[in-house]
Design a binder for this molecule. Structure first.
Ligand code: HEM
Length: 490
């Protein structure tokens, strides 16, 4: 067999997992900052979410990941590192996400470019711009989900149907972000492939090089289909505008119009396509998966589910479409539940790297020399024992009227590279969750013996379903584990 045939015959997932197995060696820091001793190898692939958390439990707030890399998760240290451009994103990791060969909001490591892009795109991620997009978000989000579910219910003999909520949320969030064309299963495959393709190159560096790069070909092809799709959408939009159509208020139009007020620089076609892909990849899986975790957690905690249903239904009539402003003014528990779900099951539950500035930095009494990679352990910082009482417990009340809890909320990566899509994500997640709670009664399928409030996990609370992680920490078996029986609330 030729080498090339052999490479193409390898099962990519298992190879990525194996490359991950032989990833970093771990060395814990001694109390005096000395290197300490070699520890077990870390996983860089699908299980990193689990390792990130257990590594904090084993090695503590700061430890050496490999000779030039440390991991941190103490909230104060994480704030220091994320709070300043002095700690740049680690180029070797992020430049693999230079989509179509150009820098973008996510991949850029130099502050000058980051700030220019913020000036260009920032206005389109503000709450006031989002308010203008809200009718479209409601239409493509909760309204289209409800018409799909109602259509299924209209064909049901007993007034109940089983939905695959992970997939449904993915369809809705894609449709919101894209505001492009019809949503198909094919597009979800492309988005997943884009995540796998770019995520594998970032986390398994050997796959950047021939012949291992050939392993990624199936994902690469789908990623290029997504790129073509985004490019065609921008072309189509320009054509419609040329024909005199009114400008729609959506992200695609925002990207076409974006201009840096200082330099008057606009994005060229490739940059618009690259930013559209970033928004599609960064803004669909993340919000959809957060909603998926939220539904799962509510089904694990029927007492909280009951309370939140009561909150929603006592505030709004059946026919009222709950808006973002409604949630902010009347539904504190809905809001708190989403925060808590993102704390307990952060979709970024792994490690992301920054680099120490030339002068170095002292964290937890350890001097970290300039140029060292500093990996933020996102899974651990949201479970940190100094901040969170009973960190493994799902307890949304932590976020009720608590400024301190929100200050210690890291799921959107606070600081100079904070997620620009957070307001949009909250808007879509809150409106979908609140209306879904108001309009449907939920229950678990009868055949679920492995999921539910009585199935207790290792921390003594209802067991959270198995997750896997590449760029997003998501349920590992969504078709099996993310099913829900719904009926219309009378
Ligand atoms: C629940 C939903 C979301 C979560 C949990 C989330 C989380 C995050 C996190 C943790 C980062 C930091 C990544 C890093 O440091 O490398 C990030 C960055 C980013 N997110 Fe989100 N995100 C969400 C939704 C969105 C949406 C809806 C969009 C866009 C439409 C978006 C666009 C971005 C972009 C462009 C960046 C890069 C920002 C920069 O580096 O300056 N995200 N997000």
């Amino acid at each position: 067999m030729l080498l090339i045939d052999f490479i193409q015959s390898v099962d990519v997932d298992s190879l990525v997992a194996r490359v991950g197995e032989i990833g970093f060696a771990k060395i814990s820091t001694g109390a005096d900052g000395s290197p300490g001793q070699l520890q077990a190898p870390a996983r860089t692939s699908g299980t990193i979410n689990r390792y990130a958390l257990s590594e904090y439990e084993t090695y503590g707030d700061v430890f050496v990941l490999e000779p030039n890399a440390v991991a941190i998760c103490n909230p104060a240290d994480v704030r220091t590192v994320l709070g300043s451009h002095a700690f740049a994103k680690f180029y070797d990791f992020y430049h693999t996400v230079d989509l179509l060969g150009v820098k973008n909001t996510f991949s850029a490591t130099d502050p000058a470019f980051v700030n220019m892009r913020k000036r260009q795109l920032g206005p389109f991620f503000t709450q006031s711009f989002l308010n203008q997009m809200e009718p479209m978000i409601l239409e493509r989000g909760i309204r289209s989900l409800e018409s799909k579910w109602d259509e299924m219910l209209s064909r049901s003999a007993d007034g109940k149907v089983e939905i695959g909520y992970s997939n449904d949320f993915m369809l809705a969030t894609f449709d919101i972000i894209g505001a492009l064309a019809t949503t198909t299963q094919e597009i979800i495959d492309w988005v997943n492939a884009a995540v796998m393709y770019n995520g594998t190159m970032a986390t398994v560096p050997v796959t950047n090089y021939f012949p291992f790069s050939l392993l990624l070909n199936p994902w690469k092809q789908k990623f290029h289909q997504l790129a073509q799709f985004c490019r065609r959408a921008a072309d189509r939009r320009r054509e419609l505008l040329r024909q005199g159509r009114e400008k729609p208020v959506d992200l695609l139009q925002a990207y076409i119009d974006a201009e840096d007020p200082e330099s008057k620089v606009r994005m060229d076609e490739t940059q618009i396509t690259a930013e559209s892909i970033v928004a599609t990849v960064a803004g669909t899986d993340t919000s959809a998966t957060t909603l998926t975790w939220t539904v799962h957690l509510l089904m694990n905690h029927p007492e909280i589910y009951k309370q939140v249903v009561e909150e929603v239904r006592s505030n709004f009539a059946a026919e009222h479409l709950i808006t973002h402003a409604d949630v902010k003014s009347k539904l504190p528990l809905v809001e708190a539940i989403i925060y808590e779900s993102m704390r307990l099951c952060p979709v970024q539950g792994g490690y992301l790297p920054r680099v120490a500035p030339p002068s170095g930095v002292t964290l937890q009494g350890h001097f970290i020399p300039g140029g060292t990679q500093i990996y933020i352990n996102y899974g651990a910082v949201s479970h940190h024992r100094e901040i969170w009482v009973e960190p493994h417990k799902f307890d949304p009340t932590r976020f009720l009227n608590s400024e301190a809890a929100r200050r210690n909320f890291f799921a959107f990566s606070p600081g100079v590279r904070i997620c620009p899509g957070r307001h949009l994500a909250f808007l879509e997640m809150q409106t979908i969750l609140a209306n879904m709670l108001k309009d449907y009664d939920w229950s678990l399928p009868e055949d679920y013996t492995h999921i539910g409030p009585e199935v207790i996990g290792e921390h003594g609370y209802p067991k959270i379903i198995e997750a896997s992680h590449l760029l997003v920490t998501a349920p590992k078996n969504p078709e099996r584990d993310c099913r829900l029986v719904i009926s219309r609330h009378a």
